[in-house]
Design a protein around this ligand. Structure first.
Ligand code: NAD
Length: 493
């Protein structure tokens, strides 16, 4: 494309803004980035490229709101009312949010609609908690009274990846606001659009300016400035292990606590007494949803030998029927988010072949010429995989399922646990003893038995063992990171 053509394309695209202290603003130095449409590879929006100066402004706005009459001194029941109103506002604008996220991430519209609905539910769920966060009284010798109160952390920073911007922002920000914090959210520059709109809706719902601020830009610049900012009191990071480690280093300099929601290589353990009519659709959904770009994707099937052939046959048949297309056309599977992600997935197929895997379906870009410009990749199954191979150990983050075979119970537990990750595990069996045995022995933050995922799992504590991270989001457990305990002790005799 010539420079003139590029300029004219870019002129037609929407220009977005940061949200700081309730205002829509550009980066202080006026720099911008282009956000691309993964279905076409064309520019989709121009977004501000925030620098450290913009992060300063956002943290200061969050601090002001924290100390304001309108938020910091609000009665908990009034905070709850605002969060309910926000939840309803998200619901009313669900279609707009879903379309933004579908186009930006590339996910099928129906998945994006579900994400927007889940985002609304997080705010409703945590609204219900806002006026029930209480401390304890502690038994002490006569003449003493001791009690605890839970206070907000202060300014809470949320560094969000590109794969589920609405859900991940909802789960963290919902819990943070319920506890009385204010937030600065940094979405990924690959997919920031739904989060910017979410913050606008918060203002329309009546949340005071500065309670939710949004900074867009690169991870290396805006992300680092936020993670190392001395005015931030708590950080919730969701993303890759390497970036998470860097965020921990930066946060450590200011002694700021972090929650780390990192990657996974989650096993789907299928015993030979499993009900395949239930297991097959759930396993396929667990890997092909959002084109495999899901931290909790069940990307490793470990199947008992007798059921190997029927299971693989059924999964291949299912994978071959999936329709691919741009997210907004609501296909079964959209494109990968970026060319970088496309290269990564393609590279892993090559690695798998070299390691000895059989590509039983997929493994390449689809032949359909109408999809040639986007980052589409066929649903892929690699069979005959050994658990020690790279394709079984590393997070591919694409629509690639690896199949490993096992013979007995102790072997499958060992295989399931032999990775650096421990986010989720699925167990498929009709034998309740086996199911509980595996649930007890598997090292993962969540275990699903004869199901996988649970409609977003708003109420279910979620987080990792090992390199999948630490701290928990979602459910009541998700509140822990966003408040701190003060103990008061009085001698009255
Ligand atoms: P990423 O680590 O590249 O980026 C995550 C966020 O960090 C983005 O907003 C990015 O801009 C920012 N960032 C990048 N470099 C930074 C730096 N040096 N300092 C501060 N911030 C920086 O991850 P991604 O590619 O956006 O997302 C995919 C990864 O996220 C996968 O590994 C996936 O498993 C993980 N993930 C985990 C969960 C979970 O809940 N456990 C959920 C979704 C995604």
């Amino acid at each position: 494309m010539s420079t003139v053509e590029q300029k004219s394309t870019e002129r037609r695209i929407a220009r977005r803004h940061l949200i700081i202290g309730g205002a829509r603003v550009q980066a202080a130095d006026g720099r911008t980035l282009i956000d691309y449409d993964p279905a076409t590879g064309e520019p989709l929006a121009e977004i501000p490229r925030a620098s450290a100066a913009d992060v300063d402004r956002a943290v200061a706005a969050a601090r002001n709101a924290l100390e304001s009459k309108e938020w910091g001194h609000l009665a908990p029941a009034d905070r709850a009312r605002l969060l309910y109103r926000f939840s309803e506002m998200i619901r009313q604008n669900q279609e707009e949010l879903a379309r933004l996220e579908s186009q930006d991430v590339g996910k099928p519209l129906r998945e994006a609609r579900a994400d927007a609905a889940v985002c609304a539910r997080y705010f409703a769920y945590y609204a219900g908690v806002a006026d029930k966060i209480s401390g304890q009284t502690i038994p002490m010798p006569e003449g003493f009274l001791a009690y605890t109160v839970r206070e907000p952390m202060g300014v809470s920073a949320h560094i969000v990846p590109w794969n589920y911007p609405l859900q991940i922002t909802g789960r963290g920000v919902g819990a943070a606001l319920a506890c009385g914090n204010t937030v600065v959210v940094k979405p990924s520059s690959e997919a920031p659009l739904s989060v910017i709109r979410l913050a606008e809706l918060a203002l329309e719902a009546g949340l005071p300016p500065g309670v939710i601020n949004v900074i867009t830009g690169t991870g290396g610049e805006a992300g680092e400035a936020l993670a190392s900012h001395p005015g931030v009191n708590q950080i919730t990071f969701t993303g890759s292990v390497s970036t998470g480690s860097r965020v921990m280093e930066l946060a450590a300099r200011n002694c700021v606590p972090v929650t780390m929601e990192l990657g996974g290589k989650s096993p789907q353990i299928v015993f030979d007494d499993a009900d395949l009519t239930e297991a097959v659709p759930a396993i396929a959904r667990g890997i092909f949803q959002n084109c495999g770009q899901t931290c909790s994707a069940g990307s490793r099937v470990i199947v008992q030998r007798r059921l190997h052939d029927p299971l693989v046959e059924a999964l291949v048949e299912r994978a071959r029927t999936l329709r691919l297309g741009p997210g907004l056309s609501d296909p079964d599977m959209g494109p990968l988010v970026s060319d970088r992600q496309f290269e990564r997935v393609t590279g892993y197929i090559e690695i798998g072949r070299n390691e000895g895997a059989r590509v039983v379906t997929g493994g390449k870009r689809p032949d359909d010429p109408s999809l040639a410009r986007g980052y589409f990749f066929e649903p892929t199954i690699l069979d005959g995989v050994s658990n020690s191979w790279r394709v079984a150990q590393e997070e591919i983050f694409g629509p690639v399922l690896v199949v490993i075979t096992f013979d007995d119970l102790e072997e499958v537990i060992q295989l399931a646990n032999e990775t650096e990750y421990g986010l989720v595990a699925g167990v498929w069996t009709r034998d309740i003893k086996k199911a509980h045995h595996v649930a007890a022995k598997v090292k993962a933050g969540q275990v699903f038995i004869n199901t996988y995922g649970a409609g977003g799992g708003i109420e279910l504590p979620f987080g990792g063992y090992k390199k999948s991270g630490f701290g928990r989001e979602k459910g009541m457990e998700g509140l822990q990171a966003y408040s701190q305990v003060k103990t008061v002790c009085i001698k009255y005799q």
